[in-house]
Ligand binder design. Structure first.
Ligand code: SF4
Length: 582
């Protein structure tokens, strides 16, 4: 859908209603183009099985449509009861898996149109919403999930949940379409917070056309960048100033770019805007969102994120606009301590309340049973028996929180009886590698990611072992297109789909996520990746400084020299993929 068409559809939708209710009861397997756009605001992406696309098209059959449904989970926190209901739905209405997203949300894949209402209504009964999990609005608010000693985790999580509520769309359409079911077709049900005589409702914050594009907010603790705070439109870090509690607010992060528009689309890390007293946080972030609403690019969706607004008008002018909207001057940001780590919070650790937490690695966030590893059953068994709080991480893993010391042996026995490894049994590549879903479900995917990550990780680990470096941690982030949902541009090793069978290689991101990786090779075949990295790894083994990570080494050497070491084929152009990612 073109930019202008998208804006027109939003405007005409009567605040996200459109014809969704009518189309839901039609005897078809897909939605109209307008409804597909509006569905995103409700947390639903229409997709088709791309493995079947060619055959079905040749056979003149309709495409195999189903939907991806994403739930917002602020801070990634669910109760055990919520998780167990979510797990049950995976069999009833999806493909038998749950997928933890890179922003601590929860996704279902393979949901038929006829099952959407049951899925969304049942999640809402458990107080889990899909509203605004996608679309041109503030998305799920992320927050470091680790309640470590010395951290006021409850207050940070409360702040994250507070912003999630502040920026939730005010439309009643969501409840009309999904919760009231049949009534929505014939009766204009009263919106949740709006007068009953206003069927289209009002959106006091977003207005009639919502934001130009998605807007991401995340909270990180100083020094621990497990949520990749610099990749957010608004990244928030708690830090005192002259003894007063508050936050540094960073703005303008975002990773998506387009192969077809390498001249004017690019990844950008968020930059400091202000230090904000605790009580003012919501007002300041609201002012940033409203400036983006009113000044963001609505003519070109490829350049509609906040990062382009800031770079177009300049950081100083942007700050002035925020101050004007806020009605008072901003306080200059205080300097943050370096982010020396992005902890994965895996394995056993004691939380601030003296309860045990177990972090379990979930490959690419996919909670499912395979012939070898029955991860989904293992997690369900542990959660059903001990009722731990469940927390998702932004590296797509799961934390089970609140065990007593005496539970640990039995919990580990349950996991090992289902072949689920403890984190310390994983190699440094397998533990840290993540990938986006890509094929066969994502309509933007140019190449594979999640489905091939195991073999990519095996190949890279094998190469490291050959070089005597099998013990190092290596953060590998892989995506099927340049939209960057699995954040390849902040990884030590970023692998980005260029065509169906080739990938670009990025190196040199930092462990703490404070630096962008740089592209060192274009159009590599998947099987060539270990060979392409091998000369660089060999140099790293010989030249690394004491304690130097692979990413820091690559940054020190620089992409120009690294590129000379990679036997890369000539650049090839892939098709554009920039619109509706993540
Ligand atoms: Fe799809 Fe691209 Fe996002 Fe992967 S990075 S999920 S291929 S849009």
């Amino acid at each position: 859908m073109s930019t202008s068409a998208a804006e027109a559809t939003k405007l005409a939708s009567r605040h996200l209603r459109g014809t969704l209710a009518e189309e839901l009861v039609e005897d078809t397997t897909d939605f109209s183009a307008d409804s597909q756009l509006l569905l995103k605001f409700h947390g639903v992406y229409q997709q088709d099985d791309r493995d079947q696309r060619r055959v079905r098209t040749q056979a003149k059959q309709g495409l195999a449509y189903s939907c991806m449904v994403r739930a917002s989970v602020p801070g990634g926190v669910l109760t055990a009861e919520q998780y167990l209901v979510a797990d049950t739905l995976a069999d009833k209405v999806a493909d038998g898996s749950l997928r933890i997203t890179t922003r601590q949300g929860l996704q279902y894949h393979g949901v038929l149109k006829s099952d959407l209402r049951h899925l969304i209504a049942t999640l809402n009964e458990e107080l889990v919403s899909t509203l605004a999990a996608c679309g041109d609005v503030v998305r799920n608010v992320t927050c470091c999930p680790a309640h470590l000693p010395g951290r006021s985790q409850a207050s940070l999580l409360a702040a994250a949940k507070g912003l999630a509520v502040t920026f939730r769309p005010d439309t009643g359409a969501y409840y009309e379409v999904w919760i009231d079911g049949e009534q929505a077709v014939t009766v204009s049900a009263a919106p949740v917070t709006q007068p009953a005589d206003a069927p289209a409702g009002v959106e006091p914050l977003y207005g009639d056309t919502y934001l130009p594009r998605k807007f991401k907010i995340g909270f990180a603790w100083p020094g621990d960048n497990c949520i990749d705070v610099f990749t957010h439109d608004a990244g928030i870090v708690p830090i005192e100033r002259h003894g007063e509690a508050g936050y540094v607010v960073l703005v303008g992060g975002g990773l998506g770019q387009s192969h077809a528009r390498e001249d004017d689309t690019y990844p950008r890390l968020a930059t400091p805007l202000a230090w904000v007293p605790e009580a003012d946080l919501s007002d300041v972030v609201r002012a940033v969102v409203l400036v983006q609403r009113d000044h963001g690019n609505r003519d070109d969706r490829a350049r509609a994120r906040l990062k382009y607004t800031i770079d177009t008008i300049g950081e100083s002018a942007f700050r002035s606009l925020v101050e004007a909207r806020l009605g008072r001057p901003l306080i200059d940001p205080v300097e943050l301590p370096p982010f020396t780590d992005s902890q994965d919070h895996l394995g056993w650790w004691l939380d601030a309340d003296g309860r045990w937490v177990l972090g379990v690695q979930v490959p690419s966030g996919r909670v499912r049973d395979t012939d070898d590893v029955r991860l989904r059953t293992a997690l369900r068994t542990v959660i059903d028996r001990w009722l731990p709080e469940v927390r998702f991480t932004a590296r797509q893993d799961v934390l089970l929180c609140g065990f007593a010391a005496e539970d640990r042996v039995e919990v580990e026995r349950v996991l090992s009886s289902h072949n689920v490894p403890m984190a310390d049994a994983l190699s440094g590549v397998h533990r840290h590698a993540i990938a986006c879903p890509a094929l066969p479900t994502c309509g933007q995917a140019l190449g594979e990611a999640e489905r091939v990550l195991p073999q990519v990780a095996d190949g890279l680990h094998g190469m490291l072992v050959q070089r005597g470096l099998g013990g190092i941690a290596l953060r590998v982030n892989m995506t099927g297109c340049p939209n960057g949902c699995a954040r390849p541009y902040t990884a030590e090793v970023g692998i980005v789909g260029r065509t169906k069978s080739t990938y670009d290689l990025y190196l040199g991101g930092s462990v703490g996520g404070e630096r962008l990786a740089q592209r060192v090779a274009v159009g590599l075949k998947l099987g060539d990746l270990p060979g392409a990295l091998d000369p660089i790894v060999a140099r790293y083994g010989a030249e690394r400084l004491d304690g130097e990570s692979f990413g820091d080494y690559c940054h020190r050497v620089g992409e120009t020299e690294l590129a000379t070491l990679v036997p890369a084929p000539p650049p090839r152009r892939g098709k554009a993929a920039v619109d509706e990612a993540d």
